[in-house]
Design a protein around this ligand. Structure first.
Ligand code: GLY
Length: 377
């Protein structure tokens, strides 16, 4: 971890993927500086900015004037906010608008928004002219520490979320930490679950640091920049080892198997549970389940639960308001998740804080009885 006594204005994290390597720039004022930063790294490009109406209202004119000043010709494509936008219809609209603007393969799509915009615009950039360049400008904490980094892009299908997509690495990621100041607190907190996740996967010192510094991370400034940068370093390391998720990248799904099942069980009703909250409960359950399987000490599960509770995140199933299915119903949702391979359950389990591992062939009967206990907590 960086010494916070000397806060850095901007931090650059490199994603080491040989000819597809790129920088993630994290810091204050990047919406205004984007034009200059892009012109320096990708000279001569034209740009299509893909964004949603909410984000456009807050940040688009500042981004456009920086691009204009840097001589980057640009058009903006504004979409409806919300998960429904990750659809074939919206994709067609973006693809047609980029083509209508006569952008070429070497030009850029700028994804200015949260995870929905990043995934959709990223996928459009992967398929227009067989692959244009992409600049991610994530505006939510979740997008800054997870979805904008690593090249997963895609849309939803009637069969499920993120089932249509491509791996397409960006050429540059610009994470402006100031834009997080206007996020609703619940959304920031939910994104924080993914920050804590990196400590729990393989960075125990980062988790120690978060336990001491989470208030400063929420407040903004140097601690927030450092937490985002350390999360990006952690993700970049995993992605560089296993870009296409044939092995270790699955570790990034810590908390996601239980979390996705809970999200599905609430009918994806964001009023009851948003993604990061599902991940928070899922991470607590993964630690508790690991203790039950005698893989880790119950003290670690308690430590994780205590931290999630301290920051105001939900950590147990009963923290979700309203009716939920019983253990069998939740197990059915787990089976439907794409992390099930030929019927065997795959979970990310742990030997303790910062020691997560991929566990294949987890017995469904153990998961069922564990869930039955946990529903009662
Ligand atoms: N969000 C998980 C991954 O990028 O692999």
């Amino acid at each position: 971890m960086t010494d916070l006594a000397e806060p850095a204005e901007q931090v650059v994290v490199r994603v080491g993927l040989a000819e597809r390597a790129y920088d993630i720039v994290i810091g204050s004022g990047l919406v205004e500086q984007a034009g200059a930063l892009i012109a320096e790294r990708l000279p001569g490009v034209r740009a299509a900015i893909v964004t949603d109406r909410n984000v456009a209202g807050r940040h688009l004119s500042r981004l456009k004037s920086g691009l204009d000043k840097a001589g980057i010709d640009n058009v903006a494509i504004e979409l409806e906010p919300g998960e429904k936008t990750k659809s074939f219809d919206a994709l067609r609209g973006v693809v047609d608008a980029v083509l209508a603007a006569r952008l070429e393969r070497g030009d850029i799509v700028i994804a200015l928004g949260g995870g929905v915009i990043g995934d959709l615009a990223g996928f459009a950039s992967a398929i227009v002219r067989r692959g244009m360049r992409l600049v991610q400008m994530p505006t939510s904490l979740l997008a800054q520490v997870d979805s904008s980094v690593g090249g997963k892009t895609g849309i939803n299908s009637a069969h499920g979320k993120n089932l249509v997509g491509a791996f397409h690495q960006p050429s540059l990621v610009l994470s402006d930490t100031d834009v997080l100041d206007t996020l609703p607190e619940r959304e920031f907190r939910a994104g924080y679950a993914e920050v804590a996740k990196y400590g729990l996967i393989d960075r125990p010192q980062f988790f120690d640091w978060l336990e001491k510094n989470w208030r400063e991370v929420f407040a903004g400034g140097a601690a927030r920049t450092e937490a985002i940068a350390e999360s990006c370093r952690a993700k970049a390391e995993v992605v560089a080892r296993d870009e296409r998720e044939t092995g270790d990248r699955a570790l990034l799904n810590l908390g996601h198997t239980f979390g996705h099942a809970l999200e599905a069980a609430t009918g994806y009703d964001g009023g009851r549970l948003v993604h990061g909250e599902g991940v928070a409960i899922g991470m607590a359950l993964a630690h508790r389940f690991s203790a039950r399987m005698n893989l880790a000490s119950p003290d670690d599960a308690e430590r994780v639960e205590a931290h999630l509770k301290a920051v105001g995140l939900p950590w147990r199933i009963s923290d979700i308001e309203g009716e939920l299915p019983g253990a069998d119903g939740l197990l059915d949702y787990i089976r439907q998740d794409k992390k099930v391979s030929r019927g065997a359950l795959t979970f990310i389990l742990t030997r303790g804080v910062g020691q997560a591992f991929v566990a294949r062939d987890v017995p469904a009967s153990e998961v069922r009885s564990f869930l039955a206990e946990q529903i009662e907590r």
